[in-house]
Design a protein around this ligand. Structure first.
Ligand SMILES: Cc1cc2nc3c(=O)[nH]c(=O)nc-3n(C[C@H](O)[C@H](O)[C@H](O)COP(=O)(O)OP(=O)(O)OC[C@H]3O[C@@H](n4cnc5c(N)ncnc54)[C@H](O)[C@@H]3O)c2cc1C
Ligand code: FES
Length: 254
């Protein structure tokens, strides 16, 4: 498959928290191709390697990316003014395999929350969303999730906002009757969400985050251990084969 880099116009930028930015890019072609759970590989001025950012929303000619400033690349991106041209390869990765019918529980943790908004938009009132944050200052996208028509539950680790505790508490209360659980967030959260889904015999898809270089399966930079049916495990690319994997395939200790 050939991946084309496309220029997008940065049409809107908002700072959501001290470190999290919400950027809207305009590009008719790319916006029409995306699915929930896919990502954009964004060229940062002055950097050779692109940065992978999940697609938070897409459609009507726009791509929305919500990202946290973690290092130099995301800092440069956060400082681009409205009117800038941003070069993007998208959509990349497989995305979530969302059913046309049935109830889905979406679980987001921290900066893993943005891609779940795109999934919530797709599912509407068939989604129960559980978003977990460190504390009140880290809470993002509440109004956007409410607008999607989903049932929204928010938690904070320290109880400063929403339900006190981790996402797995409310997950155990709502998972009965669900047809699927999808999750994106830090690896320990994904591992615990996968364990709850297994306990309740509900299929679970997890979006993994791995350091990336090429983003298209050419460099082995993003290898992750995936269990093989015949036993043992094999390495797969998070960028090309993922970032979404069936939870039971993931070798959590690999
Ligand atoms: C599929 C996928 C989707 C992602 N979606 C989002 C998102 O929606 N919002 C968000 O805030 N972050 C997201 N991330 C993480 C984001 O890519 C990193 O935070 C970012 O690349 C860090 O770049 P930096 O230059 O600021 O940091 P630096 O640490 O200076 O980066 C140096 C290099 O390491 C790579 N790198 C560093 N950390 C990561 C990481 N965690 N994952 C992948 N590559 C990394 C960078 O691309 C760069 O090549 C996603 C990562 C993946 C793999
Ligand atoms: S980042 Fe190069 S193979 Fe995935």
């Amino acid at each position: 498959m050939k991946f084309d880099a496309q220029d997008c116009l940065l049409v809107k930028k908002e700072q959501l928290t001290e470190t999290i930015f919400d950027v809207t890019l305009q590009n008719e072609v790319l916006a029409s191709l995306c699915r929930p759970g896919q990502f954009a590989h964004v060229l940062v001025p002055g950097k050779t390697l692109r940065r992978p950012i999940s697609i938070c929303q897409a459609g009507n000619g726009i791509l929305r990316l919500v990202f946290e400033v973690r290092g130099e690349g995301t800092r440069v991106l956060s400082e681009l003014p409205v009117g800038s041209t941003v070069n993007v390869i998208a959509p990349l990765g497989n995305g979530f395999d969302l059913p046309e019918n049935g109830q889905v529980v979406l679980v987001g943790g921290g900066i893993g929350v943005p891609p779940m908004l795109y999934a919530a938009d797709f599912l509407g009132n068939r989604a129960t969303v559980i978003n977990g944050f460190r504390d009140k200052s880290a809470v993002i996208l509440t109004k956007d999730f409410q607008a999607s028509g989903c049932r929204l539950i928010e938690t904070t680790d320290n109880g400063s906002y929403g339900i006190h505790g981790f996402v797995t508490g409310p997950l155990k209360e709502v998972i009965s009757g669900a047809d699927l659980v999808c999750a994106c967030g830090p690896a320990p959260m994904l591992k615990n969400v996968a364990a709850v889904a297994q306990q309740f015999h509900v299929p679970c898809q997890v979006s993994l985050e791995q350091r990336m270089a090429c983003g298209v399966g050419a460099c082995l930079g993003c290898a992750v251990a995936i269990k093989r049916k015949e036993g043992g495990f094999a390495y797969r690319h998070v960028c090309k084969d993922g970032p979404v994997f069936a939870a039971e395939e993931v070798e959590w200790n690999g």
